[in-house]
Design a protein around this ligand. Structure first.
Ligand code: NAG
Ligand code: NAG
Ligand code: NAG
Ligand code: NAG
Length: 245
């Protein structure tokens, strides 16, 4: 009896391994543990370029660490892909790595702000980019009664569209424009920057075209998951067939 099952023993091991791998893959995307800014933005969709920049500058890790280690909370202004692509062509490429870090830090306020708290912040607001004195990284918030929040940088303005995530520690707000700080985009002359208001035809602005890495990965693992599932079922049937024969 036992001897008869011996040939199937390796199959049983493979079966167990597959189940384990499958279980791990299925469990990975569960939103547990410390806050993960990348996962939040991925889930919201339309933030491929922001995610790429956050990863490239390692700010994603810094934000996660900071959220885990402080009780101040954090507010992130998140421009979607179309906000990045409506920047003037070459804008991002013209920035050094350090300036890219500053640009992203300018979108982070190192404390939690609910929508109603915007009404009472004092200008200029201090961002993670630091120095908020004139010509550097000042950021002004203006609000109106019906919960409308605008942000002006001195170069351009953005409107807060909606909260895409909030948990009383972290607030992520979608904004309709990339916030352009004076220190990086200010013109020497104090005239209003014409580039900020005239609609430009959309031009690809990123270093590399959107490859879709970020979107395809979950699909692939999903597919692998299904494949594994199929394999497990097949081996399970084979195993059962062996037992019954
Ligand atoms: C955060 O989420 C992203 C996307 O889901 C994932 O690739 C990354 O490994 C996660 N980071 C941590 C520290 O869990
Ligand atoms: C989060 O903070 C806790 C306590 O400070 C620490 O034990 C843990 O390792 C941190 N986790 C991460 C992912 O940084
Ligand atoms: C915000 O900006 C929009 C568009 O630029 C404008 O129509 C609106 O009046 C502004 N609201 C406030 C409160 O500044
Ligand atoms: C921001 O607000 C401060 C203080 O009210 C003001 O002095 C400054 O001119 C404002 N800057 C912009 C760009 O609106």
């Amino acid at each position: 009896m036992f001897i008869k099952f011996l040939p199937f023993f390796p199959i049983f091991i493979i079966l167990t391994q597959c189940s384990l791998i499958y279980a791990q893959q299925a469990a990975a995307p569960a939103p547990s543990g410390p806050t993960n800014i990348t996962a939040i933005l991925e889930k919201a969709g339309q933030f491929t370029l922001l995610i790429r920049l956050l990863k490239a500058t390692q700010l994603a890790d810094q934000i996660n660490t900071q959220l885990n280690n402080s009780n101040q909370g954090m507010t992130l202004f998140a421009p979607p892909d179309n906000a990045f692509s409506s920047l003037q062509s070459g804008t991002l490429n013209s920035l050094s790595d350090q300036q890219k870090v500053q640009l992203l830090q300018y979108h982070v306020i190192p404390n939690f702000l609910s929508m109603s708290q915007f009404q009472t912040v004092s200008n200029p607001v201090r961002t993670q980019a630091g120095n908020n004195s004139p010509g550097q990284f000042p950021l002004n918030v203006t609000t109106s009664g019906n919960n409308q929040v605008n942000i002006s940088t001195g170069v351009n303005t953005a409107t807060v569209a909606n909260a895409i995530y909030t948990d009383n520690q972290l607030a992520v707000y979608q904004v309709d424009n990339v916030l352009q700080p004076l220190a990086l985009f200010g013109t020497p002359a104090p005239a209003p920057a014409p580039t900020a208001s005239t609609p430009k035809k959309k031009s690809p602005v990123v270093d590399s075209p959107v490859s879709g890495d970020d979107e395809t990965t979950p699909d692939v693992s999903h597919a692998v998951g299904f494949a594994m599932n199929g394999l497990v079922s097949f081996l399970g049937i084979a195993f059962l067939a062996g037992m019954l024969s």
